[in-house]
Design a protein around this ligand. Structure first.
Ligand code: MN
Length: 439
């Protein structure tokens, strides 16, 4: 995990007294639950405070676009009090960090978060205690002032001028990211086809590599470039960077600074994602994650809301890699969700908590016993060693980690008590028009 110095906040989004009153009410029950779980874990030779401390080190970046209401290609249903610009988005992100204490970084998106003065933006974020994680480029839609269209592709377009425009945008993102203190660029392209025969598979990928070489050449030495694959959508027949295999091949071609980003929702249903994660770690090419969940085709449900066991198994691979100090292992963690029908602040609080929960469960795994069971082909024992940890309710650990870091024991409850959304509904007049469009 990227461990950087925490930025000390000078601003708070919610009255700290409210959080303290909330915690005083919740504390007696938490203390009882924590003590009881501590005794149970002690019988398994596990020190609860040790797990709590390690779990509190698991942080995830908030995507700035996540605090706005998402949508589908059919409709978008905005809620009142939505942030209208990046500065208001940061204020909403600050609520998530103040109460949850698991999200000290922001992952911005350009041009959506474009400002005249990135230094001012950095200062605004720092005032709330945030640093900037990977910046995200956008060549999947046309902007109002854009010269050439991405309708038929961007980095892989047949026309070298369109490719040059897309490359230039990515290089601009690096420049802005440098001013924000970021050290990575995430590149996801929508390029692909809707019809067999529309494009030549090989030539599209050649053009992608050619464009990516130019972007990679513009990276500062301490930066990385994250290649994000997605198997389909918006292109429905073929996608240029469709899976982890193509991502790995490209990252290998592009060299040391290029790695593969795993968005949990960007795989076909049923794919063994935890094994992909293990493979990428083994070969030193895991860039990090976009955490979310998926059941069918939607790639932006809340992390762990549909397949929590899968999330646990992914965390299990991460903990295994940490414990053995796997070479080149330093993943970046980001959420990437679309909140279509929930309050985005509630979803992001809940998801960050869910990640910590699965991570804490993975920390409980007795790896020595697991290795012995695997060696002896004791299938059931090996399986039970994992499921026993997954079935352990570690919520008191997650809550205690939050409390010790100055957050709220029950952040959703505290958020509702604060009436933050209501306040913002009054402060941010917004036309409640249902428009279409994904985030
Ligand atoms: Mn993503």
């Amino acid at each position: 995990m990227s461990q950087q110095n925490a930025v000390i906040p000078s601003h708070t989004a919610i009255d700290p007294d409210l959080v303290e009153r909330h915690n005083r009410r919740q504390l007696p029950e938490l203390e009882q639950d924590y003590e009881f779980l501590g005794e149970q874990l002690a019988r398994r030779k596990i020190d609860i405070d040790n797990i709590c401390q390690r779990a509190s080190g698991f942080d995830v970046a908030i995507p700035t676009w996540g605090v706005g209401t998402g949508g589908t290609r059919f409709a978008r249903f905005p809620i009142s009090g939505e942030p209208r610009n990046i500065f208001e988005k940061i204020e909403d992100c600050a609520v998530i960090q103040q109460l949850g204490r698991a999200t000290p970084a922001l992952s911005p998106h350009f041009p959506w978060d474009q400002v005249d003065d990135p230094v001012e933006l950095k200062q605004h974020a720092n005032a709330y205690g945030f640093r900037f994680d990977a910046v995200n480029s956008n060549t999947f839609q046309d902007q109002p002032d854009q010269g050439l269209s991405y309708k038929y592709g961007s980095l892989t377009h047949q026309d070298p001028e369109v490719r040059a425009q897309a490359v230039a945008h990515n290089i601009e993102c690096i420049e802005t990211g440098r001013k924000l203190g970021s050290n990575a660029l995430t590149v996801w392209i929508a390029d692909g086809t809707n019809f067999p025969g529309q494009q030549d598979f090989t030539h599209s990928l050649e053009r992608y590599l050619d464009s990516m070489y130019q972007i990679t050449a513009a990276l500062p030495p301490d930066w990385q470039i994250y290649i994000e694959h997605k198997f389909y959508e918006p292109a429905f027949y073929s996608t240029v960077i469709q899976d982890w295999g193509t991502s790995y091949l490209c990252a290998t071609e592009l060299g040391e600074q290029a790695k593969c980003l795993v968005d949990l929702g960007h795989h076909a249903p049923g794919v063994n994602i935890e094994m992909i994660v293990a493979r990428l770690i083994q070969f030193g090419k895991l860039a990090g994650f976009h955490f979310n969940d998926s059941k069918y085709g939607d790639d932006d449900l809340d992390a762990g809301s549909v397949q929590p066991f899968q999330l646990f198994l992914v965390m299990n691979e991460l903990v295994a890699a940490e414990n053995r100090h796997a070479a080149g292992y330093d993943p970046a963690f980001m959420l990437d969700q679309s909140h279509n029908i929930t309050d985005p602040i509630e979803s992001l609080l809940s998801s960050a908590s869910m990640l910590r929960r699965c991570y804490a469960q993975a920390l409980l795994v007795d790896r020595e016993a697991l290795a012995e069971a695997q060696h002896a082909n004791d299938v059931m024992q090996a399986h039970k060693l994992l499921t026993r940890c997954y079935e352990t309710d570690v919520e008191p650990i997650v809550q205690m980690a939050r409390l010790r870091a100055g957050g709220a024991i029950a952040p959703l409850l505290a958020y509702r008590e604060s009436e933050y959304r209501l306040q913002k509904s009054n402060a941010r007049p917004h036309p409640l028009i249902s428009g279409s469009g994904i985030v």
